[in-house]
Design a protein around this ligand. Structure first.
Ligand code: LAN
Length: 745
């Protein structure tokens, strides 16, 4: 579909004119990158937001050097305010996983959905820049070693986008792929994408039965009980497997069949590849029970009854349509987005509204960065980022400064429009959790309730509306009560909170995890981050509105706190599933414990957590944890300390009201020492994680958490010094001081 392109050997210099890219944010925070015509360029000058994310110089003046933590926080916000979109939120990059761009490109290719020439060029450049320096391959995420999954899929992407097989980057990547044994050993999600592209035989895939949807709902393995991401991906996957969808042969595809393998494509024993996964890719081996089930399913596949398959596929397709319509075609995430797009185009063709809507929403996932264009982990992290910076500004006191007021009001307006006011259009029929009152991770249009996003947004709104005297009260008490209702509806029987829904399936469903590269994906789990965010939000809510569902809130908080105690590791920290790693979750945990009166002085659990963190502070005053902690489940040092993790750790100590100023002062110094003259911080290591094995960037964290920590530390250390001078040991500031009134102990 896309002709050959002539590409330089490396991607250091942009392949397009970077002064022509613009980021457009609509009122709801959906963002798209446009390549303007020369005439439009003059009419619409590049903003700081455009320039920052494109990696172009902002040429901002140096700020007066900060003499203390508050001044450093202020300088940080002076810079960060430039990155606020006119609509009020902070757009940002959200890449990291290396298996998303392949979905975008393969899905578009087989559906006949075009890219602009410039997009194509910059996607190629992105992959050149992300290839491993030593071996030229690609990993499962940007910081991981080369794998068959990353290398085979991104190799195909480069070829589809028009790069010649003899290009030095592809020669190198191919050599690495062959050294790894070729594409036969790609994990199951890779087998799927290659089969869609018709360069891997469908016989090389284990059965993906759509028939599961025909089971009665009470059956424990019914897919509506699975973790929502797994179920939403397996719906279109089972549909496409069921119809054995594949691209039509052409010269490129015939050639790829030879390039990807170390043996002749036509001599490969495909059924023997079903369970063949290269060991560099293998994170979770199939459970013996899964192997047994696959044996049965693969036999069933050879004698499947056509009417049953037909009914199953019709049901899967129906669910695909409901998902598209519920989410404004954004869908839950980038993987099912592209799979749904293939299904819909296959059934409904291209000259229609469905195709146009999918095309429109596809653009929200495509992000132009300094390295080129990539596919994001969601349609952005809008709500998540705005919720943190708003809390940071209020807690640091910067929100009350005249020059920041306008930006805060805009942020509140954004939060206001982002709250979901109704349940989804297709609610029970699509097995959805309620959304009325909730906030999503990205935009209202995407429209999925997330427990901790609702928690953080509730807290941000209360802070903005109730702790500042210049903000309008945009979100009514009734709407905050709706947020509380939805949070309360998400508590699991053992007190914890999961991500999007209640835990719906039994733990043993994990034995049926078919994806060898992700762990704990079959059902929802309780997460320390989600549980503690909800505790924190409910505690702050009830300080403001003590009369609403008082008993329910109290009961919920108490059982959630019990769960948090149980989840604490013997070493003292909490394992983080969405940020890296123990540092991240321990910060959330100590914040929530402080709000129920558990601090260093009063709680053994908080003391253990502080000791754990203190034991990890490094010579330079900072903390540095590698994404490997998430993978290995044990604390693993990063080679360098990180400003983001240092901020998390210092905030954790302050939440716990740790009485000795020294470690906090050292953390402050370290974070200040890394601040650049314009007030910003440079990007360091990757911050986020999912499914234990895939890292993902949160580039806005280096602003929100540094500013938050510095502002908070300034007051905290001042109070600590004053109390020490008065001989009283009371490290609380006005933000932790309010714990006592509502302590549940
Ligand atoms: C996210 C991003 C946000 C994250 C938090 C809000 C931080 C978390 O506390 C709850 C879970 C959630 C919402 C989350 C879940 C999994 C996501 C959607 C992601 C990590 C972003 C990308 C990832 C998604 C699964 C990527 C697609 C890959 C698949 C394996 C389907």
């Amino acid at each position: 579909m896309w002709g050959p392109v002539d590409i330089p050997d490396d991607g250091r210099e942009p392949f397009t004119d970077y002064t022509r890219w613009r980021l457009t944010c609509d009122d709801q925070g959906n963002h798209t990158w446009d390549y303007l015509s020369p005439q439009d360029v003059a009419r619409r000058p590049q903003t700081a937001v455009d320039k920052y994310w494109l990696g172009l110089p902002l040429n901002l003046p140096s700020l007066p050097p900060a003499k203390n933590a508050l001044e450093a926080a202020r300088n940080g916000y002076t810079f960060y305010k430039h990155l606020q979109a006119p609509t009020g939120h902070w757009p940002g990059d959200y890449d990291g996983p290396m298996f998303l761009l392949p979905g975008l490109v393969i899905g578009s290719y087989v559906s006949g959905m075009d890219f602009a020439h410039e997009e194509r060029l910059e996607m190629i450049r992105y992959l050149l820049n992300r290839a491993h320096h030593d071996d030229g391959g690609w990993g499962i995420h940007v910081e991981g070693p080369s794998t068959v999954f990353g290398t085979a899929l991104n190799y195909c992407v480069m070829r589809l986008l028009g790069v010649h097989a003899d290009h030095p980057a592809l020669v190198k990547a191919r050599a690495t792929l062959h050294k790894l044994g070729g594409a036969t050993g790609i994990p199951s999600w890779g087998k799927f994408w290659l089969s869609i592209l018709n360069v891997y035989d469908w016989d090389g895939n284990n059965c993906i039965p759509a028939e599961l949807w025909l089971l009665p709902e009470w059956v424990p393995i019914h897919p509506h009980r699975w973790w929502i991401h797994t179920r939403q991906v397996y719906i279109p996957m089972s549909y496409l497997y069921g119809i054995r969808f594949k691209a039509e042969d052409n010269d490129l595809i015939l050639s790829l069949r030879q390039e990807l393998y170390v043996q002749d494509y036509y001599s490969i024993d495909w059924p023997a590849q079903r369970d063949h996964v290269n060991e560099v890719d293998l994170y979770v081996a199939h459970h013996p029970f899964m192997t047994l089930i696959y044996g049965i399913l693969n036999s069933y596949e050879s004698c499947v009854l056509p009417p049953v398959r037909k009914a199953a596929l019709a049901r899967a397709y129906e669910l695909i349509v409901l998902e598209d319509e519920n989410t404004g075609y954004q869908t839950l995430g980038p993987v099912n987005k592209m799979m749904n797009l293939i299904c819909r185009t296959h059934v409904e063709g291209r000259d229609n509204e469905v195709f146009r809507q999918h095309l429109r929403a596809r653009r929200d996932f495509m992000w132009t960065s300094a390295r080129g264009m990539t596919m994001l982990g969601t349609n952005g992290s809008q709500l998540w980022d705005i919720a943190f910076i708003c809390q940071a500004l209020v807690e640091s006191g910067l929100a009350e400064e005249e020059e920041n007021k306008e930006s805060l009001v805009k942020a509140l307006q954004w939060l206001d429009q982002c709250q979901m006011r109704e349940n989804p259009k297709h609610y029970e029929t699509a097995y959805r959790h309620s959304t009325k009152g909730a906030w999503p991770f990205s935009t209202k249009q995407q429209g999925y309730t997330v427990s901790d996003c609702t928690g953080e947004a509730t807290k941000a709104v209360i802070y903005l509306q109730e702790h500042l005297d210049f903000t309008p009260k945009l979100v009514s008490k009734g709407r905050l009560c709706d947020a509380v209702d939805v949070m309360l509806s998400m508590q699991n029987s053992n007190g914890g909170f999961a991500s999007y829904e209640l835990i719906r399936g039994p733990q043993w469903l994990e034995w049926l995890n078919p994806a060898e590269v992700f762990s704990d994906i079959m059902i929802e789990y309780n997460y320390p981050e989600c549980t503690t965010s909800v505790i924190t939000a409910l505690s702050i809510f009830r300080q403001q509105y003590p009369d609403y569902r008082t008993k329910d809130i109290e009961r919920t908080i108490q059982s959630a706190v019990k769960w948090v105690h149980k989840a604490q590791k013997p070493e003292g920290g909490w394992y983080g599933s969405w940020g890296i790693c123990f540092t991240y979750a321990t910060m959330f945990a100590l914040e929530s414990l402080a709000l129920v009166g558990e601090t260093y002085a009063t709680s053994e659990s908080a003391r253990r957590a502080c000791q754990f963190l203190l034991g990890k502070q490094r010579e330079d005053g900072g903390w540095g944890e590698s994404y490997k902690s998430c993978e290995l489940l044990v604390w693993t040092e990063h080679e360098q300390t990180q400003v983001v993790q240092t901020s998390w750790a210092a905030m954790a100590l302050m939440y716990a009201q740790y009485p000795d100023p020294d470690p906090i002062e050292r953390a402050v110094k370290m974070v200040m020492s890394r601040q650049l003259p314009d007030g910003s911080w440079a990007q360091e290591a990757i911050e986020g994680i999912f499914n234990k094995n895939v890292a993902i960037v949160y580039p806005n964290f280096k602003f929100s958490f540094t500013i938050w920590m510095l502002g908070k530390a300034h007051k905290y250390l001042e109070n600590l010094r004053a109390s020490k001078a008065n001989g009283i040991l009371n490290g609380g500031d006005k933000w932790t001081g309010h714990t006592n009134g509502n302590a549940s102990h």
